[in-house]
Ligand binder design. Structure first.
Ligand code: HEM
Length: 548
């Protein structure tokens, strides 16, 4: 596993890193990502004494009364909240490797850190209950609005401290155990086969996919997560699942819940003081989820009563949690958390990955060769060990995450004072690690503008382990990452093996930029054809000629 904590003298070093790749192995999903080790390190008095004061951290200056929130307000503000990815890049260009965004109404300061060494140090010393500053609206929902339901163990998402640790320790083992994930290779393969059939039917006379492709990807991801967290096939891929169907309502509710979090939290959060229409809709959405999960968990509990179980291996993830905890509420809340964050994240990642595959035929060919070599017999069901051999394919995904991260960043609330990039930062500040920027910085990655999956398989070259961490790190690392990897690998293996994934682009779109955020990628995907199971490669080359 990775390096030990860096010397504290690193704080005063110039903003460069040595030309070596750190703590990496050939596998893009290597041990360094799985580490739960969080070494502690105490900062001595001298370091604090030499640190510059917090007030000197560069950043946009708050205006009296209005604070910095005005910058996020459309029309008069500079920064469009939906373009948060661009804002994070702009901050680096304007202010440097540490940026303070203070004076936000109703919330602590945000501190953007663009230094992978510092990010590593902060992750590694975060202790047993890391505090990820996310979703105060979900906190309010769980701890106030529906305290009756969530009680003392409200889950992991939007939960902190001891409550988080207790809940996570109850569900972490079954969710992250490779033997649990292995059990889902076939179920996810079946869902994915249905998805491919579904998409084939949805193609038009030119073999193009419908415009609302992202909605279809959501159906696939919801069907996968329903199978994992609720033990059911929700029916999202059935032709009967129309716009008023339950699956579509779940998709809409999940999108709404996730996409309005930034709006609720970063624009003036008046919902904290009175129920705004946006807040009321958010609460209704959440109530819908709670009811849905409760219903399916109760059904699973009934099934379990009559199921013959000889070993733990006979049990699904949900059944394991139901049996070991003996409390259906734990299973309901686990399912709710997995669904809340497991639909949109993976859908956007898959849109981005397929888009890159569709526009990078050389790399796609390499994936196809590897997939055909490792999985020569199309009639043989996929296995976990075979998927594990798809090194290039996994590296391709990793490279998409690095260059076009679908998660803008991660973050932690400081639980004690610290010295970051030479400044004394007080406890309570929310530190943002903008992966979407650091993964593309020359200081941390050799030739960052080059899309080169091979970099993840080589041991030379600069590739800082903490510059691009798609699933976060440490005790709070993404709980669904093994399922996310599995779903992505199964989809790529099935799709690319069948034929070429192709895409074309609307003429006259804005200039391509690595910073384009995923919402925009998804638009391209939905407005234009994302992929075709190809026949005409020449035509495709013409269509995509000016894309790069
Ligand atoms: C490619 C898709 C995904 C990406 C990029 C992603 C990324 C992340 C990140 C960055 C975090 C924060 C980790 C940290 O604080 O260190 C996180 C947390 C989480 N993710 Fe994912 N995720 C993905 C898919 C999923 C899926 C499919 C599920 C559910 C099956 C899921 C469930 C969770 C949960 C429950 C947490 C909260 C963990 C906690 O706070 O204890 N994620 N994810």
């Amino acid at each position: 596993m990775g390096r030990s904590l860096r010397s504290l003298t690193a704080y005063s070093r110039p903003f460069t890193v040595p030309n070596t790749r750190k703590a990496t192995t050939g596998c893009p999903f290597s041990k360094r990502q799985r580490s739960q080790i969080a070494p502690t390190a105490s900062l001595n008095e001298e370091i604090f004494a030499n640190a510059k004061p917090y007030s000197e951290v560069p950043g946009p200056k708050p205006i009296p009364l209005l604070g910095n929130t005005w910058r996020m307000v459309p029309i008069i503000g500079q920064f469009d909240i939906s373009e948060f990815a661009k804002v994070t890049k702009l901050f680096l260009e304007r202010y440097g490797r540490i940026v303070r965004l203070g004076g936000l109404i109703g919330r602590p300061d945000l501190l953007f850190v663009y230094d992978a060494d510092e990010i590593e140090r902060l992750y590694r010393r975060e202790g047993p209950t890391p505090f990820r500053p996310s979703m105060p609206c979900l906190v309010k929902y769980k701890s106030e609005v529906r305290k009756d339901f969530f009680g003392e163990l409200p889950g992991v998402v939007g939960v902190h401290g001891e409550q988080w640790r207790k809940f996570r320790s109850k569900v972490q083992r079954p969710i992250l155990q490779p033997q649990t994930v292995k059990k889902y290779v076939t179920p996810i393969e079946l869902v994915t086969e249905d998805f491919i059939k579904y998409m084939e039917k949805a193609r038009d006379e030119n073999c193009d996919l419908p415009h609302e492709f992202d909605n279809h990807i959501h159906r696939w991801s919801l069907e996968c997560i329903g199978r994992v967290a609720l033990d059911v096939r929700l029916g999202c891929l059935s032709p009967q699942a129309g716009s008023n169907s339950e699956p579509q309502r779940i998709i809409d509710a999940a999108k709404y819940a996730l996409r309005n979090v930034a709006v609720l939290e970063l624009k003036a959060p008046y919902w904290r003081y009175f129920p705004t229409p946006l807040w009321t809709k958010y609460v209704n959405n959440m109530n819908f989820f709670v009811e849905l999960c409760s219903r399916y968990i109760n059904e699973a509990l009934e099934r379990l009563k009559t199921k013959k179980v000889t070993s733990e291996n006979d049990l699904s993830l949900l059944e394991r949690v139901l049996q070991s905890e003996g409390d259906p509420k734990i299973a309901t809340i686990m399912a709710l958390d997995l669904i809340l964050v497991g639909i949109d994240t993976i859908s956007m990642a898959v849109c981005s990955i397929l888009y890159q595959a569709a526009t990078r035929l050389e790399q796609q060919d390499k994936m196809a060769d590897e997939i055909r070599r490792v999985l020569p017999d199309p009639s043989k069901p996929l296995s976990y060990s075979d998927l594990d051999k798809l090194h290039y394919t996994k590296a391709f995904v990793r490279e998409v995450f690095r260059m076009y991260s679908t998660v803008i960043g991660n973050g932690r609330t400081l639980q004690e004072d610290d010295v970051i990039c030479g400044y004394h930062i007080p406890k309570g500040v929310q530190v943002v690690f903008p992966t979407i920027v650091t993964g593309n910085m020359e200081q941390f990655v050799s030739n960052p503008d080059e899309f080169r999956p091979e970099r993840w398989l080589e041991s030379n070259g600069r590739l800082h382990s903490f510059a691009s961490l798609p699933y976060g790190f440490g005790a709070r690392i993404c709980l669904g990452r093994r399922f996310a990897d599995l779903e992505i690998q199964v989809l790529l293996a099935k799709l690319i093996k069948m034929g070429k994934v192709e895409g074309k682009r609307r003429v006259g779109r804005r200039k391509k930029s690595w910073l384009r955020n995923i919402r925009e990628w998804t638009n391209i995907v939905s407005v234009e054809t994302l992929f075709r199971l190809a026949q005409d490669r020449k035509k495709f080359a013409e269509l995509t000629a000016n894309l790069q």
